[in-house]
Every structure is written in structure tokens, then in C-alpha cells.
Design a protein around this ligand. Sequence first.
Ligand code: SAM
Length: 392
Amino acid sequence: MADFRTRSTVLVTCPKRTSQFLCKEIESLGFPILAEFPTGVEIEGTLEDTMLLNLHVRTGYHVHFLLKSFIAATPDGLYKNISEIPWEDYIEPDGYLSVVSTVDNPNITDSRFANVKCKDAIVDRMRHVTGRRPDSGSERIGVVVYLFWRGTSCRVFLDTSGEPLTKRGYRKIPYKAPMQESLAAAVILATGWRGDGNLANPMCGSGTLAIEAAMIGLNRAPGLMRENFAFIHLRGFDSEHWAALRKRAKSAATRKIDGRIVVSDIDEGAVMAARKNAANAGVDHLMDFHVCDFAATPVPDGGGIVMLNPEYGARLGTESALEETYHRIGDFFKKDCRGYTGYIFTGNPHLAKQVGLRTKRKIPFFNTTLDCRLLEYELYEGSRKHSISDEQ
Ligand SMILES: C[S@@+](CC[C@H](N)C(=O)[O-])C[C@H]1O[C@@H](n2cnc3c(N)ncnc32)[C@H](O)[C@@H]1O
């Protein structure tokens, strides 16, 4: 049976350019960072620690637990090394297994071949040792093994998450061009908003940014909504420890935040999706929903942040029609959002210029493969009106 207290390297992956936010999350959970990459962070920990990380990390994709590092130049070398791992300690003989990989090796042109070789090594060993073998397939519904093979350097991990952590479970209606939940959480963390003040989110789409913000404001662990994680299927999984972690996370969450979250979109279907998704996440009681043009969004008195993720040409709208929209966002910021910090998440620098206000910060992100920026605007109160300066 797997010892959930044995220490090893733990690799937590994340959307490109969000590792700084992931580092802060992981440090606040008590783990020193050993290495940081653009798409992940390495720490040391146990399988028990991976349960805590899967429950609490907002900006991560997968929590991988290292089983073995070795050198392999050929598929046969890979097979031999993988078959030496005591898989019978980790996988039930009648369990279910899937293998995923990242492969950059001149002998392998199709990574599926490496997956099959890895899977064969595991099930052949299990059959030899236990007389039975687990089922296997591509669905991440049981134990998941992650193979990283670059050149001759090989690392075999248990992917303790299975389905990526960005799939929280609340977004039953993704609607159009939704932002991934992990990225949306990183965007909110980048603003510094923690439920202290209002949040206006015109152009909400399916509501991902507002929902992630609400969960951050409530200190609600994102993993509480998920039923399935791959670690649950490992031999040695302690369901009582898992229940205790969940109970502690639930009692650390609050029911209220200091401000209101105002959510709007011009598309009635989007607002309906946002409302349902927010209800699934259990955060709709913090939100006011409006079907309206972004400029008609009732921005509450008292300040906070106003966050927009407009279309930026690459996927939905066309650029020329959007120039006018971005220009109007600048007017909306100047006229209706004084006392707030304004944010626009966009992948189009030309459109961003049409806002016509000076940015305080431009925080780089990627949205899947698109180079994006979170633009920050300080929208001072009337007494400091000269500070909302037009861009030169
Ligand atoms: C890129 S999507 C936002 C996606 C969102 N972040 C999510 O995760 O689902 C842009 C949204 O802006 C809305 N929109 C476009 N023009 C608008 C306008 N003039 N006023 C209000 N909303 C508008 C669209 O209906 C769409 O839902």
C-alpha cells in the first residue's frame, strides 16, 4: 500500500505566466518553493500534502507526485525502468489507470506510443505480481500516471489531480469564449482584491471572473466543489483524513464579503449562464445580475474594482467594431467608476490603446496560446480628477 507520508518532489503546473500567483498560494499553505518555471512550481511534499494542495490551490492545473527519475534513450529503456516501480502499492489490481505524457524524444514521434509503452510496463508488472491487471483508457477517472520524457531524461509522476483543477465543477454552462477558472483566479489575485470592497464585472459572459472572485473573497477552497480527484483512487488513500481536510476548509470559509459583486452582460443568455454557474458555486447570494450594455452597469458607491474581459478580435468580435467598444470603456471608467481601480483583460494591444487612459500596470498573461495583458487603471475620485489622465 502506498505510504502517503513518504516525501518526494511535487510539481504543480499552472497556466503560462501565472506561476508567481501559484507560488504565493503554495507558500501560504506552508510549502517553501524549490523551483519556479513559467508553467509550474516544484516543492517537496507527501501524497498527503497533495490532497491539501488539490483542495486549496486556485491557479494550478495538476499536482504531480514524483515516483522515479531515470535516464532512458529508447522505448525499451523506458519500459524496463517503469516496470521496476512497485505499482501494486499504488493501484488496485481491479482499478482503472490512464497514462498522459509530455514527450520530446527523437525516437518517439507520437507521444501516444510512449503512453502505451508506459501503460504496458505498469499492467505487465501488476499481472506478474498480483495475477490481475487494472483496466486502462484515456478517461481520467482513476489513477493517472504522468510521464515526462525530454531527451533521455525521464520522470514518472502520479498525477494526483486527474482532471485539471481548473475544472471546478460549477460551470455547467460555459457559454461563449469562457476564461479558464484557474486563469480567472490568477487574474483576480493579480488585482489584490480579496473581498474588501465592491467588484463590478460588466461583460461577465459565463461569470467565471466574478465567481472566482467571490470564492477568493469568501476564502472558499476551490476543491470543495469537486467530487473526484485521482488521489482518491490510490491504494492507501485515507478517506477520514480527506474528510477532515474538507471540514477544516469549510469552517475556514465565510458567508459574506464587505462589498457587492455586480455582474452584467448585454446578452441575456450570458447573464442566465452566469447566474446558474454562480448558484452552482454557492456564491449567487453575493451578486446582483443585470442584462445591459456595460456602460449602464450600476457601479455601487464605495469603490473597489471594475473588471472587464471584452472580446478582442482574435476569437469573437471583429476589430473595427471593437475599437468603438474599447473607446467607450475608457469613457465609462472616467465617468462612472471614480474611486475604483479599473481592469481590462485583453489580447489586443491596438484595441487597448483605444481606451485612451494611462495604464498604471500592464500585467502579462497568456489565455491558452494568446499573449494577453491585464491592464490596470487608477480611477481617482472627483477631488483628484486630474489624475485620470488621457494616454499621450
Ligand atoms: C470574452 S466574453 C467574456 C467571457 C468571460 N470572461 C467568461 O469567462 O465567460 C465577452 C462578453 O462581453 C459581452 N459584451 C459584448 N459587448 C458588450 C456590451 N456592449 N455591453 C455588455 N456586454 C457586452 C459579450 O456578450 C460576452 O459575453
